[in-house]
Design a protein around this ligand. Structure first.
Ligand code: OVM
Length: 399
């Protein structure tokens, strides 16, 4: 007992503070040096920020459960702001069943038919901005490209797609405490949420898209019609903000690291690795929670049962105990093992689509752009879980 009391894992840090979000990396360093886990009195929850603990916690779904929500809200104590996701906010055995339904739809060979339309749109998007010279990298590339190809792939019609990003903003703010930032993003919920739900119905989805593929599980007796709609909702929740943030961060890192840009230009086949290194450096989903299903002992430190634990993926991805020069953007780095997509039972189910988008857009960029630089100060997007830009003024010169 004395050993437990000796430890003072309290950390007076607020990962949802504006200043923290503007530059979270010094905060992550403090969190990592606090120990294997730390306690945040302000939120009465725990955190883990080192690679050494974050990765095993992600893999140990029995101890670190998702069924009580992967946001700050503890579903056993408070009502979730929206009906829980059947994928994200579930544990086995339910998770195994729903995951199987979606796994079949995103089976990599089945997604290869997306490559050609994605590549065509990537080229068109890059050619548009090259013609402009100066443009907003967020609006014109990071948003425009995923907002075209992903809803097309799911099978949404073109009307109302402007609801997708505001919905994502609510969903990812909803990973944090339901603070002023969350509340501001839900100001449009009364129009955005019903639009999203309507688009999840079988009738709203093109017969050749990923959404319609999900509904085949109903015919096969593997899911109910209502469950299928909720699984389509997962596509519309998780599939855009993440790729938008990743592409925006990749553009920023390339524009501000001219040496790496030159390497990339010389070898556009590095596109895949540029994207992975971006996910490590500027992890689109910075953090998410688990809930302990039993008391945990970590290096003499005790976390009680039913406690929320914030897993700082972005910090693990910059942990100097695991990575050499973690703060250096190195497009030839061996970046395998980053936890930007998570790992284990809940590892990102859309990763093949996300990687395809990243690879194809960055390839088109390396092939058609000779130089890329900032044309003004980038403006950060503030969200409780997603790290990206609101605006990224860029200047490009045609190759
Ligand atoms: C979902 C969902 C929403 C946001 C993120 C996510 C990281 C999943 O609704 O299933 O995965």
């Amino acid at each position: 007992m004395a050993e437990v009391l000796e430890r003072t894992p309290d950390l007076d840090i607020d990962p949802y503070d504006d200043a923290f979000i503007a530059d979270p990396y010094p905060g992550y360093a403090s969190m990592r040096s606090a120990g294997p886990a730390f306690y945040m009195p302000k939120y009465a929850c725990w955190g883990m920020a080192r690679y050494k603990e974050v990765r095993p916690a992600l893999l140990d779904w029995k101890t670190y459960g998702s069924g009580m929500g992967v946001g700050y809200t503890h579903f056993g104590k408070e009502k979730p702001w929206r009906p829980p996701s059947l994928l994200l906010e579930t544990d086995p055995p339910l998770h195994d069943r729903t995951r199987r339904v979606v796994d079949r739809v995103v089976f990599p060979p089945a997604l290869q038919r997306l490559r050609e339309p994605f590549a065509k749109e990537a080229t068109a998007a890059v050619e548009r901005v090259v013609a402009q010279g100066r443009f907003d990298g967020v609006k014109e590339l990071a948003e425009a490209f995923p907002l075209k190809v992903f809803p097309d792939a799911v099978g949404l019609d073109v009307d109302g797609r402007e609801n997708l990003l505001p919905y994502g903003d609510m969903v990812f703010n909803g990973f944090g405490p339901l603070n002023a930032r969350f509340k501001a993003s839900t100001a449009t919920a009364s129009t955005v949420v019903p639009w999203i739900m309507a688009k999840c119905s079988r009738a709203a989805l093109a017969p050749d898209g990923l959404g319609a593929e999900i509904y085949k599980a109903v015919e096969a007796g593997e899911a109910t019609e209502e469950e299928a709609a909720m699984l389509v909702r997962s596509f519309l929740s998780a599939g855009l903000d993440t790729t938008v943030a990743a592409i925006g961060s990749a553009l920023y890192l390339l524009a501000t690291n001219p040496g790496e840009w030159r390497k990339f230009r010389a070898d556009p086949s590095l596109a895949k690795n540029v994207f992975e290194e971006t996910l490590r450096m500027e992890s689109p989903i910075q953090n998410l929670f688990r809930t302990t299903t039993r008391e945990v002992e970590l290096d003499g430190l005790h976390i009680p049962v039913s406690e929320k634990v914030l897993l700082l993926l972005a910090s693990a991805n910059r942990d100097p105990e695991h990575w050499q020069e973690p703060d250096r953007f190195d497009i030839t780095r061996r970046v395998q093992g980053h936890v930007g997509f998570g790992v284990g039972a809940h590892v990102c189910i859309g990763q093949v689509i996300a990687r395809m988008e990243g690879e194809l857009l960055l390839t088109a960029l390396a092939q058609r752009v000779a130089s890329i630089g900032l044309a003004g100060p980038p403006i950060r997007r503030f969200n409780n879980a997603v790290r990206g830009f609101a605006s990224l003024p860029l200047d490009v010169r045609a190759a």
